[in-house]
Ligand binder design. Sequence first.
Ligand code: NOJ
Ligand code: CA
Length: 559
Amino acid sequence: MRHTRWVTTTIDQDHQARTAVSTDLWRTAVVYQIYPRSFADSNGDGIGDLPGITSRVPYLRSLGVDAVWLSPFYPSALADGGYDVDDHRNVDPRLGTLGDFDAMISALHGADIKVIVDIVPNHTSNRHPWFREALTAGRGAPQRDRYLFRNGLGPRGEQPPNDWESMFGGSAWAPAGDGQWYFHCFAAEQPDLNWENDEVREDFRRTVRFWADRGVDGFRIDVAHGLRKDLSEPYLPWDEIADIMRPDGSHPLWDRDDVHEIYADWRRIFDSYDPPRFAVGEASVHPARRARYASADSLGQAFNFAMQDADWRPEDYREVINSGVADMINSTTSWLLGCHDTPRVATRYGLPLEEDRPAQQVARQWLLADGATPRLDPALGERRARAAIMILLALPGSAYIYQGEELGLQEVADLPREVLEDPMASRTTKEKGRDGCRVPLPWSADGPSYGFGQHVGHLPQPEWFAAYAVDVQEADPGSMLNLYRRALALRRELFVSDDLHWVESESSVLHFARPGGVRCITNFGPAPVALPVGEILLSSGQLDQSRLPSDTTVWMRAR
Ligand code: NOJ
Ligand code: CA
């Protein structure tokens, strides 16, 4: 066949990943993120739970994912959706028991689905026995050394030690009540641990072994880039350190070189199991520093958040793909369009594209306005989200899918202020917070919580959730859910090695070739474009005869 518009060339030798066919499942695994409280509620108390997950294993199996990652299900007051952990080695009684955990893992393993749990090593909750002891033991007590206590300023220490801010807004220091203050990167209910302290190190070794011994296959490490800190004086003013992305490890709080000592230590534990346990770091770091977390002597994989941050533009996608594929030469890469911390992808792509503000920021402003402005075009967002997931699933590397993305769920913008659970919503007026992507999933078109449970869920679901319900989508061959199922099944068949070559194309078209000459072609432009002659394997939308319409992706074999 003749390529009418495109010439197959390798346009950048440096950006080819020419590694051997990998036998390592994790290198290419598709991982489904479960936010347990909002997935499925088995006992009608409005909170998703572990038996709820077990009951939905057939659904996960039919979706075709390799693994699930569970956000925290540990005992917690839910000051930060469970990332405020009271006990790292137990199950929150509202979500089940350790016995329920064992039953869930065996059901998932029975369906050939691996299990990743979240480890939250940067902080405990303020209800953790260690933190209670630290408060009562008083100034100078060794119990305080497990956390980051410092003397306050002023005659009685009534001022915080410096002007540093929490990631959720407001001061990063909270008073202990005796002239000392403790440091918290996130909510005040999440005191940061001191990773110079041997007891802290030993306790997390225990936690990792505890879950590995129970059969978990891997770990997602929360705030992996934040564990080591330099809190020595003089402190730099906040203005100078508010930007956390540095290419050289020089920030006092984030991405310091010595954090990798902790992971080298854990690596010995991971590798003492057969098969070795997997780990992925949540490390929001400068792109040049990502591969370090993903290296074989550190965590082995790091989330690549760049695609979640990318706008719907071919040049953004090209850049993100090049940088992620470059990571694969020495380590691994992973792709994702969303998670429990980000406005949903179908919404980000359904809001107007702005020149000087990234889509995530536009979506956050839209949330603050309860979805009133700017105007959302849900159909456009969904069309682009369909095209985007087909790009993502055609790439070499691993992919993460956040629950509800496979249904094309939109962000819920109009949750009333009084039901919001995210601490961000109360700590700052600049953000509405992350609850809009954490609303319980709709499983059926009717029922008090659309099949989530027998009663209403912990966050109210809007009426329009009915149209997105799993049972509605199962019955519709063109639904988002069926697109995900087909794409995941085909991915296993088609994309068996890491090779990726760019195919030259007009600037509004993203076109790359994968093993066996399979092409992934996306039209970002407004008008349909001609496709090469060949066999269409999957399309994210209806083709316009043999032309590729706007905001559509195809996988095809060109002749
Ligand atoms: C990252 C988690 O994804 C987020 O949900 C949480 O608020 C922070 N870490 C703090 O644990
Ligand atoms: Ca429940």
